[in-house]
Design a binder for this molecule. Sequence first.
Ligand code: SOE
Length: 393
Amino acid sequence: MGEINVAMIGQGFMGRTHSNAWSQLPRFFKPPVSAAMHTVFGRDAAGVQAFAKTWGWRHASTDWKAAVADPAIDLVDVVTPNNMHAEVSLAALKAGKHVACEKPIARTIEEARLMVAAAREAKGKTFIWYNYRRCPAVATAYKLVQSGAIGTVRHVRAFYLQDWADETIPLIWRFQKEGSGAGSHGDLNAHIIDMVRFVTGEEITEIAGAIAETFIKERKLVTGPTAGGIAAGVGGADKTGPVTVDDAVLFLARTSGGGVASFEAARQATGNQNRNGFEINGSKGALKFDFERMNELQFYDATRPRAVQGWTTIMCTHGGDHPYAENWWPDAHVLGYEHGFTNQAYDILRVLGGQEPVVPIPDFEDAYQTQRVLEAAIISAVERRPVSVSEVR
Ligand code: SOE
């Protein structure tokens, strides 16, 4: 397998990040197999043709089923809204393809279960795009925890705060259960649950309590074309419809190593545009990461004499053996949001070429564990009680 052909289903924001990743990859990495940008799928013929030209896809298609069934295709990259993750992934696995699907794995635990069951039977490999794992600083945090640098993990504080969802934003798919499954919870908590599971190497075992809130309960209906073709919500500019997902979800949890954790996802956290991160306090040290300063990792070494203890800012750039950083620019010529996707595309090709990824990459099985935590937190919020993650199967 010297070269694989990729078909990408979808052409929105994630379609752009993935297209950029596939095209940048060979300029910065030497994967064991290469990826050809074979076909991109979109609903609108003129739109998808223009997209293909801009981003370097060889073919444009308006028929995703044909693109997925095409014998020339090896890997199906799913970048649709969440309502199509299961349908497209199941069809692709059935057709014997490898599947790389955007996060969260699915809208619901039931859909995720079907996807995991299909992946277990399938010939193809599966991947989920949890891109923040592949920021060099987050991957460095993972390596430090693995090396024992912070000892036993006792406290985790994870947050993902955005502020884009004010009253002016209409009822797009992200505000409809049918389109997305959940609001900030599936969109943002999914990322930080994955990051915490990855960095600590522990599972979240129990939700002690959760709260979910929808601040803006009605939004203007969308007047133009809708992403994912989700028709509910389309109408005149003067009409409104109900928001059926959360704007914010917070929960407290226990981890498998005996630690305690808090998670917060918000779309109206004014002042935070795309701020995700964590603070992890262990018995020997601590780590802090904030995506708005994504090239830096804060490390506190509590084994040093108290007189000289303090936070150290590690620049996770070239020259320090930080995962992926060696492939990019010299010294502190820093990386951005898009690099996490290119780093992930590289790891997908490493796995398909029979090599280990630079750091572990989530497959459907792994992402299903994250989905179980999301589900347990929602049960906790709705039923106002502690929920063991083992209740969600
Ligand atoms: C919107 O909230 C969004 O694009 C998420 O869907 C992504 O997963 C996140 O990384 C950036 O914000």
